[in-house]
Design a protein around this ligand. Sequence first.
Ligand SMILES: Cc1cc2nc3c(=O)[nH]c(=O)nc-3n(C[C@H](O)[C@H](O)[C@H](O)COP(=O)(O)O)c2cc1C
Length: 168
Amino acid sequence: MKQQIIPTSEQRNVPEGELIVSKTDLKGKILYCNDVFIELSGYQEQELLGKAHNIVRHPDMPRIVFKLLWEHIQNGKEIVAYVKNLSKEGAYYWVIAFVSPSFNGEGKVVGYHSVRLKPKKEAISKIEKIYSQLVSAEKEGGIAKSQTLLEELLKKEGASYEEYILSL
Ligand SMILES: Cc1cc2nc3c(=O)[nH]c(=O)nc-3n(C[C@H](O)[C@H](O)[C@H](O)COP(=O)(O)O)c2cc1C
C-alpha cells in the first residue's frame, strides 16, 4: 500500500550537472537508484529498493504522460519527459527524464532505466501550464480527454511529442 503524502509548496532543486539515475524491472519496481536520487526523494535506499516507481509520483502529473512513457518503453523505444516528483516530505522537484528499455545480449527487454537532469527554468513554467490543463481534462473526461488535448496542442505546434519536449 502506498503511503499518503501531502504535497507542499516546497521546491527541491536538482543539483546542476548531476545525473539522477534509477533502474527498474519490467513492472517498474526499483532495482537501483543512485545517491542523488535517494537524497532528492528523501527516502532511505532500503525504502526505495523493491518498491513501485510511483513512490515518487506527484498528483500534479497527468496520467497521459505515464501512459506515453509506458507505451514507448514497452515497445522498445526511449522517451523524454518532464516529470514533477514528490519527495517523502511532500516537497517537489522537477526533472527532465530520459527513460529507456534495457536490453540483454539477445536484444530482449529485461528492464528499464531512467537518467534525469535539472531542467531549464523556462521549460518548467511552460510545462506546468500544460500539465495543469491535462490534469483538469483528466478530471473531467479521463485520459481520453487529456490525450485529445495533447494531440491538439502538438498539432498547433506542428511538432511531434518528442520535438515539442526537446524544443522547450
Ligand atoms: C525506469 C522508470 C522510471 C520512472 N520514473 C518515474 C519517476 O521519476 N516519477 C514518477 O512519478 N514515475 C516514474 N515512472 C513511472 C511509474 O512507474 C508510474 O507509471 C507512474 O508513477 C504513475 O503511477 P500510477 O499509475 O500509480 O499513477 C518510472 C517508470 C520507469 C519504468
